[in-house]
Design a protein around this ligand. Structure first.
Ligand code: GLC
Length: 814
């Protein structure tokens, strides 16, 4: 007897420490009400809510549901039409886009298209399971299934065979295969059975995604703690999935037009005379520029919201001098506030209780650039307001851009902020384990909301390094400290495309590379790729060679001038593409997988970097060391941007890729609005909008968008938009009437007809003469071309008509 009582407690103890997998059990009770199905099983509970016809949210807990808010999702379920059926073995929820079958014993979820094609199914044994607090959902891995997205991740376009972790990390000098990086976007797109689905796992703890890495049985997603809480999305194509995901997590607002121009950065330009010199050099050398950045050296001892008294003795004057040159100023902002008596932000912060604390109430401190710092707790609403108001001085000095860095939180010692540090979490309290992955996004949100208010209806530029799903509502994103290597340049395009698939349109990399010295050819090629990237900024580290375009010699300078100039010609097109992101979440840089989802070629490692920049340009990034490259032209037909040559699609070609010639193709049937070049975005680019139309077999349309580019007045209907359509069967180009009350800056439209036979044209029913005009579209050719390709001067028929305030419909017929 004595012996038994001694052994039993010991065995219990052993069991308590052994971790074993426990899955969601058999159905015990269920109730369907208001588009939500509540399930109780013999181990765990689930709730299933139809958010929209194509979005179903599944929440699963071991014990009881607690009231939960989300930093990512701000929308409420719509009143979608759902039918609920009970069968002996399963329960069925059906909408016009999804059929969800829930097996009763045990409870497992199987998603179908409405006509019964399998989209996604729980692994029958594991479904949703727990190991301790760790919760994971296992999905059967199918032959041919592909996985895309997950935001800022290295690796291939198709992520099958790889696993990823989300734990926002400052990994200086990250390698081209490293994981995790700075951002958490737990959303991926699956491709199976000629169908596309999306899964957004809304859990801010450290999360893991496995797309068949080290196993051939399942894909899975899980987190260290918290709820299984995922949204299953289905639509008829990939852009529909992105549209639904961005409906859930929000879309960007119109960025300032100037933030779409070229931006020059370096760690760091100082003093003020140096900054002005850089600006004057751009102007003298006629290289367009809109933004200059100040890195940490502008501050007094790296103290946020201060200026270095000697280096920048009169910041308002310097900023105004830049403004007179058409250049906007952006400054870096780190979250760490130096612990120093007499420093206003520190003293005020302590007084107002804004900093993150240990659970015993002592303030948490770690070292960053200024030395020991405290960190604002951005999960507390009053702290967000406090932080936002602190930008008053910078805004008054004329700063318009705010570059949020080190917000993973990064600190010396590897950024190992202790898990137990307490965060307010909107009054509900959470540890750093839960708060880390949203910290960066909430810093950007506070910065955005604060500066927006202070800037009196003008749009700030917010840039962030760290973030979480939904960050696109507040900020642009750059991919942190890349390296000046060919591999990083190619990786950068994949990451930007992946961010586009994951809701973040306004993204870019450090063009030229942050770490190491860029070679002249790498820099030139990177600028040409950057020209076709949503966020276009050159940046480099203090311990590398200078990296302004003219420092690499005349040839590189000239290539940079030509490509950057072309960026400015594209501004009407780019701005309209951004507007589409605002409206429906469609990214500006679009992986070919969006429109050619079921074409295996787009996933091949040689072609996977290719992307559409807006609806018309297909860019094939290529290393600067290659004068020839293979390019895949997907379905459709294509024109070479450099020489006008016409190609049939679904075709692999060998393309010239000498240094001044980035392979770029125009989709046949495209409509591309361009303007004359400019040295900065607010410079008046003449009075003519050039509509380039490329003949093709397919009809197309382009939503042209314009507004003042600087204020939020567009929200009050003060914009100018008109749909332009091309119909090769009806032989028509239609410019639809204007909507919105803004007056376009253009008074004349020139329609430039590429690939059109010599036709007679009518404009609004009357004959109109075409002029033949020499068009050198890219104007980037070819004095510097080592292979001396002939310049592309095509004689195109051009129609020119005045639109002076004419807001009505216009019709070109042939
Ligand atoms: C971080 C940033 C980098 C910046 C540097 C100094 O490394 O990622 O862009 O230049 O800090 O502020």
């Amino acid at each position: 007897m004595l012996l038994i009582t001694f052994i039993l407690p010991l065995m219990n103890n052993v069991n308590a420490q052994r971790s074993s997998n426990k899955s969601l059990g058999n159905l015990v009770t269920h109730e369907f009400m208001d588009n939500t199905l509540m399930l109780k099983t013999d181990y765990g509970k689930a709730s299933v809510t139809v958010y929209d016809e194509g979005i179903i949210r599944v929440r699963i807990v071991k014990d009881d549901f607690i009231e939960k808010f989300s930093y990512a999702v701000e929308v409420k379920p719509l009143n979608a039409k759902v039918t609920f059926t009970e069968e002996t073995k399963k329960l069925i929820l059906q909408t016009s886009l999804i059929r969800l079958e829930i097996n009763r014993n045990p409870v497992r979820f199987v998603f179908y298209s409405p006509d019964g094609v399998l989209l996604n199914e729980d692994d029958p044994s594991f479904g949703t399971s727990w190991i301790g607090t760790e919760v994971t959902t296992y999905k059967t891995l199918h032959k041919g299934e592909r996985f895309l997205g997950l935001g800022e991740k290295t690796g291939n376009l198709d992520r099958r065979g790889s696993a990823y972790c989300n734990w926002n990390t400052d990994n200086p000098r990250y390698g081209p295969a490293d994981d995790p990086l700075y951002v958490t976007i737990p959303f991926y797109i699956g491709v199976l059975n000629d169908q596309v689905y999306g899964i957004f796992f809304d859990n801010t703890h450290r999360s893991q995604f496995n797309f068949g890495a080290s196993n051939d049985r399942f894909s899975s997603f899980g987190a260290d703690d918290g709820e299984m809480d995922y949204y299953f999305i289905h639509d008829t194509n990939m852009s529909g999935i992105i549209g639904k995901y961005t409906w859930l997590t929000g879309r960007m607002s119109m960025p300032p037009l100037w933030s779409l121009g070229f931006q020059q950065c370096r760690w760091g330009y100082f003093p003020d005379t140096e900054v002005l010199n850089i600006a004057r050099n751009f102007r003298e050398k006629k290289i367009p520029l809109d933004v200059l950045y100040l890195d940490i050296h502008y501050m007094d001892a790296y103290k946020i919201f201060t200026w270095h008294p000697a280096r920048f003795s009169n910041p308002a004057k310097m900023i105004n001098d830049l403004k007179l040159m058409g250049i906007h100023t952006t400054v870096i902002i780190d979250p760490g506030i130096k612990v120093e008596q007499g420093y206003e932000a520190y003293e005020d912060g302590v007084k107002r209780d804004v900093f993150a604390k240990f659970p015993d109430g002592k303030l948490y401190s770690a070292q960053v650039w200024p030395g020991w710092c405290y960190f604002p707790d951005f999960t507390k609403p009053t702290v967000r307001q406090w932080w936002g108001n602190k930008f008053d001085g910078l805004v008054k000095s004329g700063v318009e851009g705010f570059w949020n860095d080190m917000n993973e939180i990064a600190s010396w010692g590897g950024g190992f902020t202790p898990d137990l540090v307490d965060f307010n979490w909107e009054g509900e309290h959470a540890t750093y384990r839960q708060a880390k992955n949203v910290y960066g996004m909430l810093m950007a949100k506070s910065t955005f909301e604060g500066t927006k208010k202070l800037m009196n209806n003008r749009r700030p530029l917010i840039l962030t390094r760290a973030g979480y799903a939904g960050l696109q509502r507040y900020t642009a994103l750059w991919t942190g400290d890349n390296q000046s290597t060919e591999e990083h340049m190619m990786l950068g395009t994949r990451i930007v495309n992946s961010l586009g698939l994951s809701g973040v349109s306004f993204a870019g990399v450090d063009v030229g590379g942050f770490g190491q010295d860029a070679t002249p050819s790498l820099f030139a090629r990177w600028i040409s790729i950057g020209t076709f990237t949503p966020f276009f900024r050159s940046h480099s580290s203090y311990n590398t060679r200078q990296a302004e375009p003219w420092t690499f010699g005349e040839e590189v300078e000239s290539i940079c001038r030509d490509y950057i100039s072309f960026r400015y010609k594209m501004l009407p097109y780019i701005y309209s593409a951004f507007h589409q992101s605002v409206v429906d979440g469609m990214p500006v840089s679009r992986s070919l997988a969006i429109d050619h989802t079921f074409d295996d070629k787009v996933y091949l490692s040689i072609y996977q970097q290719q992307y559409m920049f807006g609806p018309a340009f297909m860019v094939a990034p290529v290393e600067s060391t290659k004068a020839l490259t293979k390019v895949y032209l997907p379905a459709g037909n294509w024109y070479d941007l450099h020489n006008g040559k016409y190609y049939k699609g679904t075709n692999e070609i060998i393309a010239e890729s000498v240094l001044n010639q980035l392979p770029v193709y125009v989709k046949a049937g495209s409509i591309i609005p361009l303007q004359k070049g400019a040295q900065y975005s607010s410079e008046i680019p003449g009075d003519t909008l050039f509509l380039h139309v490329f003949a093709g077999k397919e009809a197309s349309s382009f939503d042209y968008y314009e507004d003042d580019g600087i204020t939020y007045d567009y929200l009050k209907n003060i914009f100018y938009t008109r749909r332009i359509t091309y119909d090769p069967v009806m032989k028509e180009i239609t410019i639809e009437p204007v909507t919105g009350s803004f007056t376009s800056k253009f008074k004349v439209i020139e329609v430039l007809l590429h690939g059109f036979a010599n036709e007679k044209f009518k404009f609004n029913g009357l004959d109109i003469q075409t002029q033949k005009t020499e068009v050198d579209l890219l104007n980037a050719l070819p004095e510097t071309d080592p292979l001396s390709i002939e310049p592309f001067h095509q004689k195109l028929p051009v129609l020119k008509f005045s639109i002076n305030n004419d807001k009505g419909k216009m019709l070109v017929k042939w």
